[in-house]
Design a protein. Structure first.
Length: 88
């Protein structure tokens, strides 16, 4: 059984992690919004939508792997170009 102090500390760390992740995601979206807007405008053949669907499938398999407790590298998690994978 955990003590109340441990529960409070774990909750604080989880909340701080979620806050930092959210702020980084918001900053990244603000920085890449013009690039995404231009890419969507230039996408005549619908290639980006197909790649987004592939990315969603990849993300679902990654969530499945996370449930199985597989580890991923930190570089991939904090890479500034991770959200632009569908543009390549």
């Amino acid at each position: 059984m955990q003590t109340l102090a441990v529960d409070i500390a774990v909750t604080f760390v989880d909340d701080a992690k979620a806050l930092v992740t959210g702020l980084c995601r918001a900053a990244l979206n603000a920085a890449t919004a013009p690039i995404n807007r231009v890419a969507n405008t230039c996408d005549v053949a619908g290639v980006l939508e197909q790649r987004r669907a592939t990315f969603r499938m990849w993300r679902a398999s990654r969530a499945r792997a996370r449930r199985e407790r597989r580890r991923f590298s930190l570089l991939g998690r904090f890479s500034p170009f991770r959200r632009l994978a569908h543009l390549t």
